[in-house]
Design a protein around this ligand. Structure first.
Ligand code: NAP
Length: 298
């Protein structure tokens, strides 16, 4: 298969590249400077040149708080450009795998969200991502939309790296304990996407929207505790901070986050035979890759 990954420099984009290197697929994963997905003619040119058999859209405007004051650019990248990719895939008669988010939900439920549960995004980011899902659905039937949550990896910016960086300068960290979700390793999501691509290659066609996140829900506070437990066990961290639990109202953010965004992943398990690994195991791997004192530099 000829696989085109957009947003090649993001967490998911880089994890996909690491895994694609070990496959027989031909692939390209241009970063934003090589393929800006908001540029319709650039997409068309790239398709003509590379002739992909499948596209994974890992590009997104992901700055959740900044999006509140940059609505236009968030909408352009997360909604309009998702539609451009969908239309171009439709024209080329190839499927599009598009990534979305748990932030399409308002977080008022107390049991894991199923794919068909009512969406009600609370932020510009969530609103533009939900509109992006609709743009993809409208553009072509041959799509897979994967909603995921709390993505971390050895690359880019994420909660794990932020915690490790802050531990170097603060003996006490206050972390929100009343928001619940599932941390997801971008590498595990990349593995799941590649498994789906293999099945698409052999004719599997369960198009539609799915949830994928790592197994076992936690709070940001619980996640932080495990990060430092694991880092401590690996012996690579000099300063283990004290983690103090606070509530969301003690840590006001510009964008509103759902209090509960645990995703029910049974549909993707059933339709695509995908397994959800426990995030703690993946976290151990990521920590062993990261140099703790330098956690922001990858
Ligand atoms: N991160 C999370 O916690 C999280 C949670 C739920 C869902 N998701 C979804 O998961 C997917 C992957 O997220 P991620 O964590 O890998 O995000 P990420 O690390 O922020 O990567 C996104 C990539 O998209 C690129 N990009 C932005 N605008 C672009 C444009 N106009 N054209 C081409 N590329 C563009 C960025 O380029 P630059 O590197 O140049 O900025 C960046 O490399 C996204 O759809 C996101 O919405 C993420």
């Amino acid at each position: 298969m000829r696989v085109l990954v957009t947003g090649g420099n993001g967490q998911l984009g880089r994890c996909l590249q690491d895994r694609l290197k070990n496959t027989s697929h031909e692939w390209q994963a241009p970063d934003q400077s090589s393929l800006d997905i908001t540029n319709k003619s650039a997409i068309s040119y790239y398709f003509d040149k590379f002739q992909p058999d499948v596209v994974v859209n890992a590009a997104a405007y992901t700055a959740v708080d900044k999006a509140e004051s940059e609505k236009d650019i968030a909408y352009l990248v997360n909604t309009v450009a998702a539609g451009y990719l969908g239309s171009q895939c439709k024209k080329a008669a190839i499927p599009l795998i598009h990534i979305s988010t748990d932030y399409v939900f308002d977080g008022k439920m107390t049991i894991p969200y199923k794919v068909g549960d009512e969406t009600n995004p609370q932020s510009v980011y969530g609103t533009t991502k939900l509109a992006g899902e609709k743009a993809v659905q409208t553009a072509l039937a041959e799509h897979i939309i994967i909603r995921t949550s709390w993505v971390f990896s050895e690359y880019g910016n994420n909660f794990v790296k932020t915690m490790l960086r802050l531990a170097n300068v603060h003996p006490v960290l206050k972390v929100v304990g009343d928001q619940y979700g599932c941390p997801t390793y971008a590498g595990d999501l990349a593995d799941a996407i590649l498994q789906m691509i293999i099945q698409i290659q052999s004719g599997h066609k369960s198009w539609g929207t799915y949830h994928y996140c790592s197994d076992q829900a936690t709070s940001w506070h619980g996640f932080a505790q495990v990060i430092f437990d694991e880092a401590n066990q690996q012996g690579g961290i000099e300063n283990i901070p004290q983690i103090r639990l606070i509530n969301t109202d003690e840590y006001p953010t510009i964008a509103k986050r759902p209090l509960y965004s645990v995703l029910d992943c049974r549909l993707i398990a059933h339709e695509w035979n995908i397994k959800m690994p426990y995030w703690r195991k993946s976290l151990t791997q990521v920590l062993s890759i990261l140099e703790y004192g330098n956690a922001n530099n990858k």
